[in-house]
Design a protein around this ligand. Structure first.
Ligand code: GLY
Length: 606
C-alpha cells in the first residue's frame, strides 16, 4: 500500500518546484508584520500593463491519468496541478487552489471567508467533511439583523462573520495533507505578486461592485485603481495579499485567530474605512477578538443517501446542501419516471423542508429528511401538473402513511440569492478526492477590504434569515453558523469514487448539483453534456427561474403543465470530475458560464 503522506519526500516537492519557490529570499525577508501602506486615494498598488492576447490553455474538459483538477479559473487550476505534479495530494492541491482563487476570484473566495470540504480518503476508504463555515459573533442575537434593509445589511461591518477558511485549511492539511500551510500558500503568493490577466468576469464583477467599492478607501485603492475597474487583458497584481499570505504561512492561523491580523479585521469591522463624503449608511459590526479566538473548523460526518445503487455523500448542517440534494434525489427515485417536471417538483418539495427544518440548530432531522419513507410520502404530492405554490413542508417524523398525503397548512418560501461563491474539485494519483465550496457570500463580500492586507471581508451573516421570523431555524444567534446551500458532493459506486461535483450560486447551488446528477444518471448525458445543459431552478418559489436555452427547449411543455417560468440569464458555474474505467479521469468545468472554467489532468497518457 502506498503511504500517501510520504510517497514523495517533501524536499522533492520543494526542489522540483519552479512555482513554489519563486522568490524564497523575499518569502523569508519581507514577511514583516506591518503591511506596505499608502495614504487613501493615492496610486493603487494593483498595477496594470497593456492588454495581452487571450490565453489558450483554458479548457472545460480534460481527460487523463494521475490526478485532475477543475476550477473556474486557469491560475487556480494550474496551482493545484503544480502541487499534484510535485507529489502533493488532493488536499494540498485543494488548499493551494483555494488560496489562489482568493487572488484571482477574490469576490467569491478568500482567507476571510468560509466553506465546506467533502473529502474521500482513498487509504481509509472513508468520506470526511470539514466545516469551515463562518460563525456569528457572540454578541449577535436573533434580532440583531431584524428590520435592516437587505442591501444595507450586505455592505456593513455587521454582516461579517468570523472567518473560517484559514482554520479549515490548517485542519485539512494537518489531518489529510502533506504540505505545511506555508508551502500550500506559495502558488497563491506567486500569482498575487506576479499578477494575473484580468478577464471579463473579473472586470464585470468589479464594475458591478464599483458603486460600493468606491465607498471604502481600502477597497477603492485596491480594486478601482485609477478610479475604475481594471480593463480586460491588463495584469492585476495584489502585492499586499501576497505579503499577507507570506506572513500567514510563516506565522500560521494564530496570526489571524489570536494575533495582529485578527485585531486588524476586528478594527475594520467595527470602524469600516468609509470614504470621506460617502453617504452610505455603513453599520459597524459586533465582532471581537475573543470571537476569533473561539473559532474552530469542525470535522463532521457526511450526509449519505443511496441513489440508483450509488452512494451520494454531501455536507450536513449548517449546510442544507446534503439534505436537500439527497431528499430531492430520494423523491425522484420514488417516482415512476424522471423528466424536467419531476425534477422541478422534487426540488420544490425538498426546499419546503429545507426552509422549515434545516439550520445550525440541535435536532435537525437529517436521517428522516434523507429517509426513503419520507421521500415516498413527499413523492405522493407530485402529479401531472405543477403543485400549488408554495409547497408546504412535510413531517419527517419516522411515521409515513400511504398516498394520498394531506399537506400541512404551514408554508415557507426560499429567500432570493445571487450567483456568488465558487467550487473546485481535485483528485490525486492515490485516488483521494476533494469537492470544495468556498465563499465570502455576496459577489464582493461586504465590499470592505482590510486596509493594507489585500482581501475582502465576508458578509456571511446575511445568509441568516434576517427576521422577524419566529420559529425559523436559520435566525442568527451567538456563535451560530448561517445556513448554507453549499453542496460539495462525492458519489461512490461499489465503494469507489465515481463522481465529484459542486457549484456556486447561493441556493441555486442545490438545484445545479441536483440537475447535473439528474442529467447524468437519469437523462443519460455525459458529464460534459450534463454541465453544459441549460439550467432551471425551483426553490419553492412562485416562478421557476430558467436560462434562455431551457425556456426554449422545455418552456412550452412545462407551462402546459402549470409551471410559471422566468428568465435567469445564468445559473451556477459547476466543476466536476468523473472516474472513468481503468484509471481514466474526466475533469469538467463550464464551457461558457462565468467565462468558462479550467479542467486539467496531471498526464494525458497513462
Ligand atoms: N453563501 C452561500 C452559501 O453558503 O450558500
Amino acid at each position: 500500500m502506498i503511504n500517501r503522506r510520504v510517497a514523495v519526500p517533501l524536499a522533492g516537492i520543494l526542489a522540483g518546484s519552479s512555482v513554489l519557490l519563486v522568490n524564497p529570499a523575499a518569502a523569508s525577508s519581507q514577511a514583516l508584520s506591518a503591511p506596505p501602506q499608502a495614504p487613501p486615494g493615492t496610486l493603487a498598488p494593483a498595477s496594470q500593463t497593456p492588454p495581452q492576447p487571450p490565453r489558450a490553455e483554458k479548457k472545460p474538459v480534460a481527460e487523463g491519468y494521475g490526478g485532475a483538477v477543475s476550477t473556474v479559473d486557469l491560475d487556480a487550476s494550474k496551482a493545484a496541478l503544480g502541487v499534484l505534479r510535485r507529489g502533493g495530494n488532493a488536499i494540498d492541491a485543494a488548499v493551494a487552489a483555494a488560496a489562489t482563487l482568493g487572488v484571482t476570484e477574490p469576490y467569491s473566495a478568500g482567507l476571510a471567508g468560509g466553506g465546506f470540504i467533502v473529502y474521500y480518503d482513498a487509504r481509509r476508504k472513508k468520506v470526511h467533511t470539514i466545516d469551515g463555515r463562518e460563525t456569528a459573533p457572540r454578541a449577535m442575537t436573533s434580532t440583531s439583523l431584524e428590520g435592516i434593509p437587505f442591501e444595507e445589511a450586505v455592505t456593513s461591518g455587521l454582516s461579517a462573520g468570523i472567518p473560517g477558511s484559514v482554520a479549515q485549511w490548517e485542519l485539512a492539511l494537518r489531518r489529510f495533507g502533506t504540505l505545511s500551510l506555508r508551502q500550500a500558500l506559495r502558488p497563491a503568493v506567486e500569482v498575487a505578486s506576479k499578477g494575473f490577466t484580468v478577464d471579463k468576469t473579473f472586470h464585470d464583477q468589479t464594475a458591478a461592485n464599483a458603486a460600493r467599492f468606491k465607498d471604502f478607501t481600502s477597497t477603492a485603492r485596491l480594486y478601482l485603481p485609477g478610479g475604475a475597474p481594471p480593463p480586460v487583458g491588463s495584469t492585476f497584481r495584489n502585492p499586499e495579499l501576497a505579503e499577507t499570505y507570506r506572513t500567514l504561512g510563516r506565522r500560521g492561523g494564530d496570526w489571524l485567530y489570536r494575533g495582529p491580523l485578527g485585531a486588524e479585521i476586528v478594527a475594520t469591522v467595527k470602524k469600516p474605512p468609509v470614504t470621506p463624503g460617502s453617504t452610505r449608511n455603513v453599520r459597524p459590526g459586533l465582532m471581537e477578538t475573543s470571537d476569533l479566538r473561539a473559532y474552530r473548523a469542525l470535522e463532521r460526518p457526511p450526509t449519505k443517501m443511496t441513489y440508483k445503487g450509488m452512494d451520494v455523500y454531501g455536507m450536513e448542517p449548517p449546510s442544507s446542501g446534503g439534505t436537500t440534494v439527497g431528499e430531492a434525489l430520494n423523491i425522484l427515485e420514488a417516482l415512476p419516471e424522471v423528466g424536467q417536471h419531476e425534477y422541478l417538483e422534487a426540488s420544490r418539495l425538498a426546499f419546503a423542508d429545507r426552509g422549515k427544518y434545516v439550520g445550525d440548530i440541535p435536532g435537525v432531522p437529517v436521517g428522516e429528511l434523507l429517509s426513503d419513507g419520507f421521500a415516498k410520502e413527499r413523492a405522493c404530492l407530485i402529479g401531472e401538473r405543477a403543485m400549488p405554490h408554495p409547497a408546504a413542508p412535510g413531517t419527517p417524523d419516522g411515521t409515513y402513511g400511504p398516498c394520498p398525503v394531506t399537506p400541512s397548512a404551514q408554508t415557507t418560501e426560499a429567500a432570493p440569492e445571487g450567483p456568488e461563491t465558487t467550487h473546485l474539485v481535485v483528485t490525486d494519483r492515490w485516488g483521494n478526492v476533494v469537492a470544495y465550496n468556498i465563499t465570502i457570500e455576496s459577489t464582493g463580500g461586504n465590499g470592505i477590504v482590510v486596509p493594507g492586507r489585500g482581501f475582502l471581508l465576508n458578509n456571511e451573516m446575511t445568509d441568516f434569515t434576517l427576521g422577524p421570523a419566529p420559529g425559523d431555524p436559520n435566525l442568527p444567534g451567538p456563535g451560530k453558523r448561517p445556513r448554507s446551500s453549499m453542496a460539495p458532493t462525492i458519489v461512490l459506486s461499489d465503494g469507489k469514487p465515481l463522481l465529484a461535483l459542486g457549484s456556486p450560486g447561493g441556493s441555486t447551488i442545490i438545484t445545479t448539483v441536483l440537475q447535473i446528477l439528474v442529467n447524468r444518471w437519469d437523462l443519460g448525458m455525459s458529464l460534459p453534456e450534463a454541465l453544459a445543459a441549460p439550467r432551471a431552478t425551483q426553490r419553492n418559489t412562485a416562478q421557476t427561474q430558467a436560462e434562455q436555452a431551457y425556456l426554449d427547449r422545455y418552456g412550452a411543455e412545462l407551462t402546459g403543465r402549470g409551471h410559471s417560468l422566468v428568465l435567469n440569464p445564468e445559473i451556477g458555474a459547476a466543476t466536476a470530475v468523473e472516474f472513468l474505467s481503468r484509471g481514466r479521469l474526466q475533469a469538467v468545468a463550464e464551457p461558457t458560464r462565468r467565462g468558462g472554467g479550467s479542467a486539467l489532468v496531471v498526464s494525458e497518457r497513462r
